[in-house]
Every structure is written in C-alpha cells, then in structure tokens.
Design a protein around this ligand. Structure first.
Ligand code: AMP
Ligand code: MG
Length: 509
C-alpha cells in the first residue's frame, strides 16, 4: 500500500469485521472514550508493516488519533467482547473487555509482507474507557502497564515465542488513579484473534448451547480451517489448542518467563502469550518465582505454569462436553505432558548446543536447573555465557578444566556443583563430537543476550513518566533481535542492580 496522504492511509485499512457479524449479545458495540492531548510514545514499524501500512503513515495525525481512541476510520466497528473465565481457580461470570475494545479486523500482510495469504488482524485498543464489563474499574490503562505490554510483545516476537503484538503506545494528559495518580495511556494490540478460553466458558456456564456452537463454528471457520474438515471438527480444534498451549508453556519455561496471571480469560485460543500483566523474566534462577504480588498462594509461580496450562485446557475441554463424549477430550488432554516435555527437551537441548537426542539429556538438564537455582545464577546470562564452554582440555597449556571455563564457573557460589555438572556436560558434548566454535554459533542463535528484565522496564517507565521516551524506543529496537550483538546498547544486557532482581509486580494496571 503506497499512499502519500497519511490520513487516507489509515482510512485505506481494509476491514473485515467478522466478529461483529456474530449475534449482538456476544459483545457490546461502543465507541472508545479517547484520551486528551495524545502523544505517540512509540510505534512499532514491524507491526505497522503487518497491517500493510506504509511508512508514510508514521507521524500522521490520523494514526495518532486512531491509537488514542479519538478517530475511527470508516469501516471500524468497535465493540467490547463478552467472555468469562476462571480467575485463580474460581469461575467469574462477570468478565469481558472491561477496558479494551476490538476496534476493527483488518486485512494485512503476513510476517513476510505477503498480502495474498493475508490474515485479518484484530486491532484492539487497550485503555479505551468503561464498558458494561468494567465492574469497579475505570476502563483506563496507565503508561506503566502500557509500556510493559508493548515492550514484552516486541521481546517475545523477537525471541520467536508466540505472542500478541503491539502497534503503539500513546500517552494522554488525563490523570488516572491507581495507588497514585498516573498518566493515562493506550496500546493498540494486534493479533490474529482475541478469542480466549473464557469465550467458550461463558456460553457453557450459562448453558446457551446454540451460542456455544456458534462461537465454536466461528472460531473454527476463522482460525482452524483444517479442523473443519476433520472427522470430529471440535475435537480436532481441541487437539490443536492442547498442542499449541503445551508448546507455549515449554517456550516460557525454556526462556524463563513468568506470565503472572494465567487465568483462563488470559489464555489465547491460538496458544499465544496474551494479556501482559505482572509478568517477569527470571533474573537469578528461582523455580518458585512468583512475580504477581496478589498471587498469595503462588498458583502462578514459574514452576507451576506447565500444570496450570493443563488445568486451563481442562476448563476449555469442559466447555466442549455438550457436543461430544468426555473420553476423546480426556485422551487429547492426556497428550499434553508428552507434547510439553518433547518441546521443552528440544528447546533445552538447543540452549545447551546439543544436536542429538541421547538418553540422560533430561537428567543433564534437570541437574543444571538445580545448580542454577541453588547458586542463584542469572538464568539468561548463564546460557549466553555457556556458549564459550571449552569442551576439550588444552594440553599444550596444561590448563585444568576449572581454569578453562572460569567465566562460567565463577557465576556459581557452589563451584564444586558446577564442576560436577561441567564434567557431565563435557562428556555429553564428546558423545556427539561437538565442535566448540560451531556450537557457539548455534547457541548464540537461541540463547538471548537481551531480554526485557524488569529493572529495564522499570527504568524505561521512570524515564517515560518524565517525558523521555528514548529508552522505550531503544529497548523496542534491541529486543526485536535479542540474539544479535548490539555494541551500542551493551548496557541493556547488563545484570540487574540489587533493587531490580526478581521483582514482584502489582496487578493494578
Ligand atoms: P486482567 O487481570 O488484566 O486480565 O483483567 C481481568 C478483568 O478485569 C478483565 O475483564 C478486564 O477487562 C478487567 N479490567 C482490568 N483492569 C480494568 C480497568 N482498569 N477498568 C475496567 N476493567 C478492567
Ligand atoms: Mg485479561
């Protein structure tokens, strides 16, 4: 799409609002309540390109007003979706888009700029004002949470982990009350779908089976066309969701990501990371890390995520029981563990630079995670540094192993534990005749140097609160290619300061 008139470029977005074609009681149609004096904090050019928009649109007033809820191009049909879900294990019938609106569904191009196979992209404006599902909330989002969602979407995309994306952050002059007065902000979230597990739970728990069937048929038609032609389409759909969710959990565990609020209303039907709240990446590795300070029981601790994924899929499966026997659903759910473990092993082998599958790999990985935890080693830094592991003793220098790998070894309080593991690793590398230089290249391509550490997000937020958006923009750029070296941004790979380690975050956003 080449258009020199910026306003008409946004207006040229080609809408196909298929969700709005569902019956009126599936949602509430309403226009956004825009924010005042909007300013563009950051715009993601890669997401702009997904929508088929030309660079000419960057800096246009129409785009700014669109991203701040003040302008609706023709063809947009904003609506708040109704859904429910299980929050912390308890069913809540009162959920729905309480502060976000699906603005439109637009034809774009795929990630390679190919428009012939173009999906429709949901444009969801987060912070768009009250809806019938706002309960006690004000329908607003603040700058802090908007920056976190925007940056983490870019980071996940850069890491190759399925995620929703974010086009923009806009800040306004309106004051929003949280624990303190904060600046109102909005994010335009972009995803192939905003359908959550909770959409199906809503119709199941209200026993509106015709609507449940409509919702399923809609979802299959739009997002699971292969399932439509399967022998039992809803089962084929469930199989796909079980599989993509299991693989997503493996990705999170392998990269050290804690979602923080894995309620079923925050679970994407597409197996993407969805609804960024009090998420965190592991700094010093702690398997029991709980990043959400309202999660008193640790339900969503890092090491609980795989089984919560299973539990959430069980909740989704229950919603399908009006249409099929329980047995095939259960049998499908029972495949979860194997899919998860296979994916996790594959990812962890890659992180260790292992090309072959060998007996004992599970043990090697388990032992490593144990010593990372007991020595409180920085998870990301460790794996990045492990690529320089020297696997063969260099006899000409008569160096001992401990000297050879000292940069890695020194990260451990318990050096003996590292030495024991390093010997196992060295033997394992020898088993597949691993070549150090080659392994380094492969490992650096899967072990990120740059992740969205909480202290970095916090610094970006503090500067942005004082109207300096440079760090937000630097982080977005660097996190888009986290495996590459960015010498000019070396400081963004630094370990957290004491105050910034394994932070616990507020859900109030
Ligand atoms: P979350 O924990 O962010 O997934 O939100 C859970 C539910 O609360 C969803 O239905 C949200 O739409 C709603 N919600 C969260 N924050 C607000 C807010 N500031 N105003 C209105 N509704 C909100
Ligand atoms: Mg949510």
């Amino acid at each position: 799409m080449k258009n020199n008139n910026p306003l008409s470029s946004v207006d040229a977005l080609n809408c196909d609002n298929h969700y709005a074609r569902l019956p009126a009681h599936f949602y509430n149609k309403q226009v956004p309540n825009g924010i005042s004096d909007p300013k563009m904090v950051s715009l993601n050019p890669q997401v702009l390109a997904l929508l088929g928009l030309d660079d000419a649109v960057v800096g246009s007033d129409a785009l700014l007003q669109l991203c701040s809820g003040n302008y609706l191009p023709s063809g947009f049909e904003p609506l708040a979706m109704k859904y429910t879900g299980h929050q912390f294990g308890h069913y809540n019938p009162d959920l729905g888009d309480g502060r976000g609106l699906l603005l439109a569904q637009v034809k774009g191009s795929d990630s390679r700029g190919n428009s012939s196979k173009s999906p429709t992209w949901d444009l969801h404006l987060k912070g768009a004002g009250k809806t019938p599902y706002s309960r006690q909330g004000d329908g607003r989002a603040v700058l802090r949470s908007s920056i976190r969602e925007y940056l983490c979407s870019a980071a996940m995309q850069g890491l190759g982990i399925p995620t929703t994306q974010a086009l923009s952050i806009v800040v306004g002059s309106d004051a929003v009350m949280r624990e303190q007065v904060e600046q109102a902000a909005m994010v335009v979230r972009v995803a192939e779908s905003h359908v959550r597990f909770g959409h199906f739970e809503h119709f199941y728990y209200t026993q509106r089976l015709d609507d449940l069937k409509l919702m399923l048929d809609y979802t299959l038609t739009q997002h699971f066309p292969d399932a439509l032609t399967a022998e039992v389409p809803y089962l084929a759909f469930y199989k796909q969701v079980v599989s993509t969710t299991a693989e997503l959990m493996a990705h999170w565990q392998a990269v050290g990501f804690v979602h923080g609020v894995m309620n079923t209303d925050n679970m994407s039907i597409l197996g993407q990371t969805f609804d960024y709240g009090p998420f965190a990446f592991q700094d010093n590795f702690d398997p029991a890390y709980v990043c959400n300070h309202t999660d008193y029981s640790g339900r969503y601790a890092f090491n609980q995520q795989p089984q919560v994924g299973y539990w959430n899929l069980m909740a989704l499966g229950r919603s399908l029981t009006p249409f099929m026997d329980v047995e095939p659903l259960n049998a499908t759910l029972q495949t979860y563990d194997d899919i998860f473990l296979a994916k996790l092993r594959q990812l962890m082998r890659a992180k260790l630079g292992l090309q072959q599958v060998q007996d004992g790999d599970g043990e090697l990985i388990k032992n490593l995670l144990e010593i990372l935890a007991s020595s409180s080693v920085d998870y990301t830094y460790f794996f990045r540094s492990l690529s320089v592991f020297e696997s063969t003793l260099d006899s000409s220098f008569e160096r001992t192993e401990t000297v050879m790998n000292s940069a890695i070894r020194d990260q451990f309080i318990d050096r003996d534990a590292f030495d024991t593991w390093a010997l196992q690793y060295q033997q394992r590398l020898t088993l597949e005749s691993s070549v150090d230089d080659e392994r380094k290249v492969a490992m650096d391509a899967v072990n990120p140097k740059y992740i969205l550490r909480n202290y970095l997000a916090q610094q970006a937020i503090e500067q942005a609160t004082a109207y300096d958006y440079s760090l937000v923009n630097q982080l977005r750029e660097v996190l888009a290619s986290p495996f590459a070296e960015h010498p000019e941004f070396e400081k963004l790979a630094a370990l957290p300061p004491e105050w910034g380690r394994n932070m616990v975050l507020s859900c109030s956003s």
